[in-house]
Write a protein that binds this ligand. Structure first.
Ligand code: 5CA
Length: 437
């Protein structure tokens, strides 16, 4: 994209309403615009990040065997009356009435709808286990939406739903999803630590939240840094193998991690002092095993091995896709702006033409731009070098290719790595190979 013709409205001033780094930087870098309290429009650079996060989430869901579907944002209230949650959900649910006086709602989650899908489509134990997911907008009328996309009212969630014949099967599905989550968050550049959690309005018996450290977190969390050293994407665990999943789960639950409510000071003492991580934590994912909580009242049964009807066991698995964009920025920024991990950056590289209109810099910049397209942003604005540098640091592209008149005359450019600040003076060919790897 050419910056001169892009809808990337960067701001020099810090917007007064933004109290945390990620919110401030998202507004200043022109990623989002607030349309109403807790409701945001995603502008081109922000939308590219959101799409990258969703792509990684999707790839790991697919690897875990979950099938992608797309359910509507609007749901009939009757489904929720079946589970009893229509009344229970309270003011957080946005209730809508259509022209025929039918009650609808903007979905805050989809347990009922998926139970209904399975109820209509799955007949026999032979078709189990299965899981489906979608990446769809949700609405929760939070009392105090704040911190930008971190606690919105309309937000993008990945929610998956597993169905198994019995408890033993559901436990395997739960562990498989947990491994998929560790891989997902790692690829997004985050250390997200699973911690035993309460189940809240989703209900159920077993639940973990995935927490990353961030100053805006709702609760104090404690964990052993051993979590951060593990490469979950290595071949060590085969996501198809039950034995591997059991081994994985044992390891997961042996390393110390707890929220304030479950914190055990005695066990904490056993963690090596240098390994202790403590701070505010924000929840980027939450998984639930809730057994027959929805299948039973909604009359979902399948024919079991002996022909008799069996009520299946289910679980649901959420990831806050839009919240993750804020969480990633919280983990990767400095005074000057965002430092995107390569995996989610809106553009892999920005090309800074320091003398727009100069025949040589124009020619080199165009050449680089063509070579990197469509993954590069070309700062072709007629602006001072200082403005271009500041915006490049603010927007946080992993690579900056700086084309100045002096270097250009000798066929050289400067390459800057945003995360480390490292700079290299290179030939155009060398710059191309470095950035393209
Ligand atoms: N049905 C279950 C799992 S699919 C569910 O709704 N779980 S949840 O309530 O824990 O939400 C899943 C994830 O959505 C959370 O972990 C969080 O990352 C994200 N989320 C929840 N509320 C908000 C919000 N107001 N703004 C942004 N993200 C949110």
């Amino acid at each position: 994209m050419r910056l001169s013709r892009s809808l990337i409205p960067t701001l020099k001033e810090t917007p007064a309403e933004a109290t945390i780094a990620s919110h401030r930087l998202m507004l200043r870098a022109g990623l989002v615009r607030q349309e109403a309290a807790g409701i945001y429009a995603w502008l081109p650079a922000g939308q590219r990040v959101l799409a990258n996060v969703a792509r990684i989430v999707r790839e790991q869901q697919n690897e875990a065997g979950a099938q992608e579907i797309l359910m509507p944002t609007i749901q009939p209230a009757d489904l929720w009356r079946e589970s009893g949650r229509y009344e229970d959900y309270g003011q957080e649910m946005l209730r809508i009435r259509d022209r025929h006086d039918r009650d609808l709602l903007y979905g805050p989650t989809n347990e009922e709808m998926v139970t209904d899908l399975y109820r209509n489509a799955v007949r026999s134990y032979r078709e189990l286990p299965q899981s489906v997911y979608h990446i769809q907008w949700k609405f929760r009328d939070e009392v105090r939406p704040r911190f930008g996309v971190m606690r919105g009212r309309e937000f993008l969630m990945k929610d998956a739903y597993s169905i198994d014949l019995d408890y033993a099967g559901a436990v395997i599905s739960y562990r498989r999803m947990m491994l998929a989550y560790m891989r997902t968050f790692q690829r997004l550049g985050l250390s997200a630590i699973p911690m035993v959690a309460d189940t809240g309005p989703i209900g159920g018996d077993l639940s973990h939240e995935f927490i990353v450290l961030a100053p805006t977190g709702e609760s104090e969390v404690y964990y052993d840094a051993a979590f951060e050293a593990i490469d979950w994407t290595s071949g060590e665990y085969d996501i198809e193998s039950q034995a591997d999943l059991d081994r994985f789960y044992t390891r997961m639950t042996t390393i110390y991690a707890a929220t304030e409510e479950k914190h055990d000071p005695r066990a904490w003492e056993q963690v090596a002092p240098a390994s202790r991580r403590q701070g505010r934590g924000i929840e980027v994912g939450h998984i639930f095993y809730f057994g027959q909580k929805y299948s039973r009242p909604m009359g979902l049964t399948v024919a079991g091995p002996d022909g008799a009807p069996v009520i299946p066991h289910m679980g649901s698995y959420g990831i806050g896709v839009s919240r993750l964009v804020g969480a990633i920025i919280e983990a990767h920024h400095d005074e000057a702006g965002i430092k995107w991990p390569d995996s989610v950056a809106p553009f892999r590289a920005v090309i800074l033409n320091l003398k727009q209109g100069d025949a040589t810099t124009n020619q080199i910049a165009e050449r680089l731009y063509q070579a990197f397209a469509p993954d590069a942003l070309y700062d072709d604005r007629d602006e001072r070098a200082g403005v271009k540098f500041a915006d490049a640091d603010l927007l946080g592209h992993p690579w900056q290719v700086i084309v100045g008149p002096r270097g250009a005359a000798n066929g050289r450019v400067e390459l800057k790595r945003r995360a480390t600040g490292e700079r290299h003076d290179l030939t155009i060919e060398d710059a191309l190979t470095r950035v393209c790897v």
